[in-house]
Design a binder for this molecule. Structure first.
Ligand code: C2O
Ligand code: CU
Length: 544
């Protein structure tokens, strides 16, 4: 089928879906008061990240059209998009204005929204177009985020700089008196490759060849940088195909869109909201002096009670909230948040590395410094953390309609493309297995056993389900991978509500999902964006 016609069909199907559920569309509520209204421009820009030439990026620029000033904070210096701050229950309108030279759409990662507001790739808008979101925030307080989701181009667009935080607060959280203001510190961790001219290098392969102008090598980000020519690999062929399958890893760590290697902190308590915003790199985070981490929240908000961990795993798109009292360290201490070595990461070595033209300089699973904290000289404040944070009902798998027979979703590779149960992405299709009933709970099992993998190559995946928060109820790993798994298992935080879960090689992970409130078509996929873009993504359909 001709590409334009197919696009047209997809769009009209999207529009029909929107009309089919009238109470959920933005148009119906238009005219009603919104608490916060933000205009988000997705646009090319330049940022001074390193000495010398500025770096060409794509980024979100926000303008607050309505709401309190604190609802929108633009990023200081880096390329990252603004932070949107809302309270649970608020009505929010966001207008995406696409000033990029290619289609895009925004997904609100972790939010529980009608499918027409969720940023499914079928709603991608053309250059010059806009998409108006309007929804009520029903999520618990927590660190959610937003990023592009056009099919086949999510990896490239996020890599170019498009991502931002969406922080929700609520009364339960406010009552705890957690660190706020400058002590509520989000840290979005990403990895990038820069060329000698300070330009981002992304292998050309994340998308299938597109027609039309300027999509891949046409100079949208400028000649030799971002989109192909002259980069680590050419704009096509085996190298990019392999990168598309394996995942892009950078050797420069970027925090909040900036290459600054650290910051000063006062001798008092902070809340660090960590998001792994990397395209494909998994983190194993720990303090350099091996002080345990105090975990207070993750993807879906606060945990019931704080947890102590020597290290925490953070796969792409996962979040973790830490409480840290820098007063416990001596004045002037330099402390580093590190990523420790682990086994079972994306393996770029050997033949794969050669095919990709040299492999990544910083391997997945290698150790490196993430961010330095220089502790101030003032008196310590001795702050304390409440030992009860939140109410989290216990997961009740036996109420799942398929309790006796969990649905199995195998992460597969065949003919050099990713898939789930052997199927790649189809814009509007969901199979019978992928059809669920509104108001029910189900158990799903993600299996990562390398079915169809070339040369027995099995790598981690970061499985994300749109539109809801789920519970992780069970993990098991095959004996063959047990030693690798031992290097990560103590760092998995499966408590509380999750929207993304790391599935290590040889592992089976069972999750409990509840399909509430919103019928329609939603995605589930691997959040290693090059996997997602090359087929490790499918729809599920919620039917009334
Ligand atoms: Cu954050 Cu479909 O993804
Ligand atoms: Cu994956």
């Amino acid at each position: 089928m001709n590409w334009q016609r197919r696009q047209w069909l997809i769009r009209s199907a999207g529009a029909a879906a929107a009309i089919g559920i009238p109470s959920l569309g933005a148009t119906v509520a238009a005219g009603g008061a919104v608490d916060v209204h933000v205009e988000l421009h997705a646009e090319p820009g330049e940022v001074a990240l390193r000495p010398g030439r500025p770096t060409r990026v794509w980024r979100y620029r926000g303008e607050l059209a309505r709401g309190e000033a604190k609802a929108l904070t633009s990023s200081a210096g880096g390329y990252l998009g603004p932070i949107i701050r809302v309270r649970r229950g608020q009505r929010v309108r966001i207008d995406l204005i696409n000033e990029l030279p290619e289609p895009t759409i925004i997904h609100w990662h972790g939010l529980h929204l009608p499918d027409t507001m969720d940023g499914h790739p079928r709603f991608a808008v053309a250059p010059g177009g806009r998409f108006e979101y309007e929804f009520t925030v029903s999520n618990r307080a927590g660190s959610y985020w937003f990023h592009p989701h056009p099919h086949g181009r999510t990896g490239a667009q996020v890599y170019a700089g498009l991502a931002g935080l969406f922080l929700v607060s609520d009364d339960e959280e406010a009552a705890l008196g957690l660190p706020s203001g400058a002590q509520d510190l989000p840290l979005v961790i990403q990895d990038r490759n820069f060329d000698a001219d300070n330009q981002l290098v992304y292998p050309g392969g994340a998308a299938a060849p597109r027609r039309g102008r300027g999509m891949m090598g046409g100079g949208t980000m400028g000649g030799g940088g971002m989109m192909g020519r002259g980069g680590m690999m050419g704009g096509g062929g085996m190298g990019s195909m392999m990168a598309g399958m394996m995942g892009v890893l950078g050797d420069q760590i970027v925090v909040n869109g900036s290459t600054e290697s650290g910051r000063d902190v006062e001798r008092r308590a902070y809340r660090l909201r960590l998001l792994n915003g990397s395209n494909s790199r998994t983190l194993k985070l720990a303090w350099s002096d091996r002080t345990p981490l105090t975990v207070i929240g993750n993807d879906g908000g606060l945990l019931a009670a704080p947890l102590q961990r020597d290290h925490v795993m953070l796969a792409p798109a996962e979040r973790i909230d830490l409480w840290v009292d820098y007063g416990r360290w001596a004045p002037g201490t330099e402390l580093t948040l590190r990523s420790l070595a682990f086994e079972g990461g994306i393996d770029m070595g050997g033949m794969m590395g050669d095919m990709m033209g040299g492999s990544a300089a910083l391997a997945d699973g290698a150790a490196f410094a993430v961010h330095r904290f220089k502790v101030g000289r003032g008196a310590a404040r001795n702050e304390s953390l409440p030992q009860r944070l939140s109410t989290i009902e216990s997961a009740q798998p036996r109420f799942a309609v398929n309790y006796a027979r969990p649905k199995v979703f195998e992460l597969t590779m065949g003919m050099m493309v990713w898939g789930i149960n052997g199927r790649g992405f189809d814009m509007l299709e969901a199979s019978e297995l992928e059809t669920v009933k509104l108001g029910t709970q189900e158990i799903w099992e993600f299996r990562n056993e390398g079915r169809g993998a070339m040369m027995g190559m099995v790598m981690p995946h970061s499985m994300h389900v749109h539109g809801l928060q789920f519970r992780v109820i069970e993990r098991s790993v095959s004996r063959r991978f047990a030693d690798e798994y031992d290097t990560v298992k103590a760092g998995l935080v499966d408590d509380g509500w999750k929207d993304t879960v790391l599935v290590m090689p040889g592992e089976r992970v069972r999750i409990l999902l509840r399909f509430a409130d919103h019928p329609g078509l939603f995605l589930y996929h691997c959040h290693m964006l090059e996997h997602e873009d090359s087929g490790l993504m499918r729809n599920y359909r919620v039917v009334a």
